[in-house]
Design a protein around this ligand. Structure first.
Ligand code: SF4
Ligand code: SF4
Length: 438
């Protein structure tokens, strides 16, 4: 039974007015393009080009390095300049293919398909070959997510159209400007799951999207639109599943264990491009926003473009930013260098002013309990943060630290501005890393 909301959560300033009413603008890239070989969860991709090779836009330049991996495609025509480690948004150096863009944008020919005539295997192969990964930030290869052990037990395919993260408006613009691609992408995914119903789950702060999607799906018997209560983190996987189906999962379960598959808007549109148009994943929409930029808006970006070019297209800085965040203010992470490429998972570039950042300086905990009240993971963030700070892994796990979904609600409400999520997130990463190696 749908609940349309969840326990806990917060209502942060959403900052969406800065960019939501401007149409998506396409950026034409200039100069060098950088393609990190790891821009997904799983094995890094393996180059199939070498220095000096001429390439076309849409040509495969790196092959998937395993089943849980994804190939990478050139998004411009030009020449392979080199293959070397380059800095990425996380600050890590990642082996990358560098292409000198010749500015001609010559493209390979694509083969369109009628999805109705394709078998399930053919659909999955096209998604895999196109290099589609979760574009909401996770980067998990989509063909793997769409291949659960028991596909007949999947009863809901949920399109995460909540876009609950403050400041981000790329899904909103996509739903307004290209709603049919989202619906057609959902129809393709539903072909993989005979017993599933499709749900387009939109927060009720986007009534225009709810109305448009409802109108366009009125004759689609397998697709419904759910209008969810606006509350952060409504778009987190566990909260979304609970709000739309009433089913609960924990950190040791996958959505498929509750009969659900969840994909975000851009990923579903990428599935449409891959299957119906035969086009690999080459573009994404990025929100460039915040009070420090002159013209906040959404851009249609070719993967591989430098972040400096995105800022330039947004009219440059109005004032020197104190902090630039990749992603939104709740779940994104601060960048220390803008000289990094746009990848498949880059959703936004948020440029904050000095005033906005100084309001976030931490002080000691006053034991007010607000972090506990808002936590959708039903844990005690204050306690977990202290355990994480002291590196006490055993106690962290015993206190359900792994049930945290890293939503950022606790840090947001903390009157002492404690960096609770940051500590918890880093401890979770350490524990998960050790589990993988074991
Ligand atoms: S502890 Fe985790 S789940 Fe709970 S509010 Fe903080 S970040 Fe969100
Ligand atoms: S919200 Fe902040 S100040 Fe209040 S109990 Fe939690 S950590 Fe302490």
């Amino acid at each position: 039974m749908a609940k349309l909301t969840f326990r806990g959560g917060v209502h942060p300033y959403d900052g969406k007015d800065l960019s939501k009413d401007k149409p998506i603008k396409t950026i034409v890239p200039k100069g060098e393009m950088v393609y990190p070989l790891s821009q997904h969860i799983g094995a890094p991709a393996v180059p199939v080009v070498k220095k000096g090779d001429k390439v076309l836009a849409g040509q495969k330049i790196a092959e998937a390095g395993g089943f849980v991996s994804a190939p990478i495609y050139a998004t411009v025509s030009g020449t392979v300049k080199t293959i070397e480690p380059r800095r990425v948004v996380t600050g890590d150096m990642v082996n990358s293919i560098i292409i000198d863009n010749d500015g001609l944008f010559e493209e390979v020919a694509y083969t369109a398909h009628n999805p109705e005539k394709l078998s399930k295997k053919e659909i999955l192969d096209l998604i895999k070959e196109a290099g589609v990964v979760g574009m909401g930030g996770a980067g998990f290869p989509t063909h793997v997510k769409l291949s659960p052990k028991e596909p007949d037990k999947i009863t809901y395919v949920i399109a995460n159209c909540a876009e609950c993260e403050p400041y981000l408006t790329s899904d909103y613009r996509r739903m307004l400007e290209e709603p049919q691609k989202l619906i057609d992408g959902m129809k393709i995914i539903l072909r993989l799951f005979d017993n599933a119903q499709g749900i387009l789950a939109v927060e009720d702060n986007k009534p225009d999207c709810v109305e448009r999607l409802t109108e366009l799906t009125q004759n689609e018997s397998r697709i419904m639109v759910a209008s969810l209560k606006t509350k952060y983190p409504q778009g987190a996987e566990r909260q979304l599943i609970y709000a739309t189906t009433g089913r609960e999962i924990n950190s040791s379960m996958l959505p498929a264990d509750a009969g659900c598959v969840v994909d975000n808007v851009d990923t579903i549109v990428a599935v449409y491009h891959a299957v119906a148009e035969g086009k690999p994943l080459m573009n994404r929409i990025v929100t460039v926003t915040g009070d420090a930029v002159n013209d906040p808006r959404n851009f249609y970006v070719r993967i591989g473009m430098n972040y400096h070019d995105l800022i330039e297209e947004a009219g440059g800085f109005k004032t020197e930013p104190e902090k630039v965040v990749s992603g939104g203010p709740m779940m994104g992470f601060a960048l220390f260098d803008l000289d990094v490429p746009t990848t498949k998972t880059a959703s936004a570039l948020l440029c904050l002013t000095k005033d906005e950042v100084s309001a976030m300086e931490p002080s000691p905990c006053i034991n007010c309990g607000r972090c506990v009240d808002v936590c959708p993971g039903r844990v005690v963030p204050r306690k977990l943060a202290v355990l994480a700070e002291h590196g006490d892994e055993e106690a962290f796990v015993a206190n359900d630290g792994m049930e945290c979904c890293e939503c950022g609600c606790c840090s947001f409400v903390c009157p002492a501005k404690r960096q609770l999520t940051q500590y918890i997130k880093s401890m979770r990463k350490t524990i998960l890393g050790k589990k993988k190696k074991a």
